[in-house]
Write a protein that binds this ligand. Structure first.
Ligand code: ADP
Ligand code: MG
Length: 646
């Protein structure tokens, strides 16, 4: 294989596991919504037929053989799918799962003449499955519903009248009317009206945003003040809401490690249990003169008890509800594995600009040379940055209206350096010292406090613009909280110069920072930091998604913030903070920790109960059907516990 990424192997497991789950119809909540209602109905019908046949077999005054036949039919009616799946898994080589355990137990019971018990095992198991499926289904729906994002209808203009249709029938280009108090159903551009939008459903916080004609709006926001007419720019499918919901729903099917742990555990556990059951059936009768009938019965009870369904169901559900809890607070977690990694955070690495600082640069000084005047230098720089989406570029452009900018015909952005552009036919460089060095432009080095944007025109140095950026509100607080939750190291990486980095670090209380890094320099730093953490700990990187995709993907968990409206960040990261509030990070970690706690509670609880019932079973103190009942009970408690995580 030769791959050292440490994931490939796990992916193997993932697929495997998923397939097994599907076969088991384990109701694990891992994304099998298709035909679930249908399946449920079938299950009910089979149950009814099975129960009727059982009663007939027990009470009808027919001969012994006919009644045995009825019982057998009843067993088949209730358990046919179980037998089928057990058989199929046997042939495929992964034989020893819960299907196998149930099939073996009920057939075994028939073999020793315990027909009633044999049928009851299967009936109870199927009833349990039915209710578990329902419970899991319901919980998943309530988790997704609680995100409160999905728009019910969209109002479009048809023949001079407004008609309400389903959002997925809207075509790009259609004009929508959104009244105050309604959610914006699709992404689009405001063509008429102005209002305030509330992003609470997307970000978890009420953040009113002023919106005017011509501006882009995102689906899922709540229109607060006045009616807006919006031209849809995307289909519903491609709109922000649908993409977020899809992410959240798919996230649950990416397995976390504790989940895989259970699959691995089952591979040892089930064969071990089967072996124990065999020994239990054979040894006492052969060596100690026990009754075969009695000990085979004990062995079967033992098999039934050993079923690990509570774990198979509750662990994925716990992760799913954890992911839902995050979503409701505007934190998208793209997989259970990332939620698990968040809980183990040891090192948190932050990008500076736009992540810990506002990324809104104010001009604090202009130092033109070559007889240029201050305003002309600023205009030249803003024009050269016309196509860049770097925070520096955006801040500069805000000083001018679009029609004031000089014509830009060519622009190349060099990450970590700046831009090389053709403005008004002249070759303009706008960037840091590195860019000037690269292009061999001579400049006097002055130690300005802040970020220096140097500008050159056709090979001549034209001066510099000094930019100041403030720490984000809440950034210091977020770092404080992270330290409190036990994050051992906080590191700031930046492509900005030493001066600006030192100032920001001091204001934020970050003791460790590395400045002047190019994107690949950031990756190298991150790799060095990865070696500093312990085996189990996780390193998370938090960036704003502007030219830090390589670092995002290299970290154990890549967190992008300020995703409202930025597709790139949503794609590249493992965890997405919908707004750019760094305080969401400690919150996400807290939810992740709670999720982990509940998972372990469920694991210990169900194994504990299992152990006790197994011992009771060994001393023949529990009948077979009660063993099944205990299993279903444990399972429900585990599900309830999983849902505490909201
Ligand atoms: P950070 O690590 O702080 O987020 P970046 O990697 O985005 O910073 O950029 C590092 C440095 O490269 C910036 O501080 C700036 O000096 C320079 N730079 C990058 N892109 C641009 C740009 N479009 N215009 C001017 N300077 C830029
Ligand atoms: Mg950046």
């Amino acid at each position: 294989m030769g791959c050292s990424c440490g994931h490939c192997h796990d992916h193997d497991h993932e697929h495997h596991h998923e397939e097994e789950n599907h076969e088991n119809s384990c109701g694990c909540g891992c994304g099998h919504e298709h035909g679930e209602a249908q399946e449920g109905k079938e299950m009910l019908i089979r149950l009814a037929i099975g129960a009727a046949l059982l009663l007939a077999g027990l009470f009808l005054p027919v001969g012994k053989w006919v009644s045995l036949g009825l019982m057998l039919l009843s067993l088949l009616a209730a358990g046919l799918p179980v037998f089928k799946k057990a058989f199929r898994n046997l042939i495929r080589g992964h034989m020893l799962d819960e299907m196998f355990l149930m099939a073996a137990a009920s057939i075994g019971a028939f073999c020793i003449g315990e027909y009633f018990e044999g049928v009851m095992v299967m009936l109870l198991y199927t009833i349990g499955e039915y209710f578990q499926d329902r419970a899991v289904d319901k919980s998943r729906k309530s988790i997704v519903d609680a995100m409160d994002l999905r728009p019910e209808t969209a109002r479009i203009e048809k023949g001079g009248e407004w008609t309400e249709i389903s959002p997925d029938e809207v075509q790009p280009g259609d004009i929508l009317l959104v009244r105050p108090g309604e959610k914006i159903p699709l992404d689009g551009i405001v063509v008429e009206g102005e209002s305030t939008l509330d992003t609470v459903a997307l970000t978890g916080e009420s953040m009113p945003r002023e919106i005017r004609t011509g501006e882009h709006v995102i689906s899922g926001c709540l229109n607060m003040q006045k009616a807006l007419k919006i031209r849809a720019t995307e289909t519903y499918e491609n709109s922000t809401v649908a993409r977020i919901l899809e992410l959240a729903e798919n996230a649950a099917s990416r397995k976390a490690r504790s989940d895989l742990l259970i699959t691995r555990f089952a591979r040892i556990y089930t064969p071990a249990v089967v072996l124990l059951a065999l020994l239990c059936a054979v040894i006492p009768p052969v060596f100690f003169g026990g009754s075969w009938q009695e000990w085979i019965h004990t062995a079967l009870t033992f098999l039934v008890i050993s079923c690990p369904c509570a774990l198979v169901i509750s662990v994925p559900l716990t992760f799913f509800s954890g992911i839902g809890a995050c979503s409701r607070r505007g934190i998208l977690v793209k997989g259970a594995n990332f939620l698990e990694a968040l809980a183990q955070t040891e090192i948190a690495v932050f990008d500076k600009t736009g992540t810990l600082t506002e990324g809104k640069f104010s001009v604090t000084g202009i130092y033109p040379q070559n007889n240029m005047d201050e305003n002309a230098l600023l205009l030249l720089a803003a024009s050269a940055e016309g196509w860049s989406n770097h925070p520096i570029a955006q801040s500069l452009r805000e000083k001018f209206t679009p029609d004031m900018l000089l014509p830009l015909t060519e622009a190349e952005e060099i990450p970590g350096h700046g831009v090389i552009a053709r403005v008004d036919g002249k070759r303009i460089l706008a960037g840091n010292e590195k860019l000037m060095d690269r292009e061999t432009i001579a400049l006097e080095k002055a130690a300005h406090p802040g970020t220096c944007l140097h500008i050159a025109q056709d090979g001549k140095y034209m001066g510099c613009i000094l930019l100041g950026d403030l720490p984000k509100a809440g950034a210091g607080e977020a770092l404080e909280e992270l330290k409190k939750t036990g994050v051992k190291q906080i590191v700031m990486l930046t492509g900005d110069g030493e001066n600006a980095a030192r100032a920001a670090a001091a204001q934020l209380g970050v003791s460790r920072y590395h400045a002047g890094l190019l994107p690949d320099g950031k990756v190298n730093r991150l790799e060095a930091l990865l070696k500093e953490k312990s085996e189990k700990g996780a390193l998370i990187f938090i960036g704003d998604g502007v030219n830090d995709a390589p670092v995002l993907s290299r970290a154990d968990v890549g967190v992008a913030m300020g995703a409202l409206g930025s597709d790139a960040a949503i794609e590249a990261a493992d965890v997405v903070l919908m707004d750019d509030d760094p305080r969401k990070l400690p919150r996400a970690i807290a939810i992740a920790r709670k999720t982990r706690l509940i998972v372990w509670q469920n694991i210990l609880f169900s194994l504990g109960v299992k152990g006790v019932v197994m011992i009771l079973g060994f001393f023949q103190l529990v009948p077979l059907w009660l063993a099944v009942f205990a299993d279903v009970g444990v399972c429900f408690l585990a599900i309830l516990n999983a849902l505490r995580n909201r």
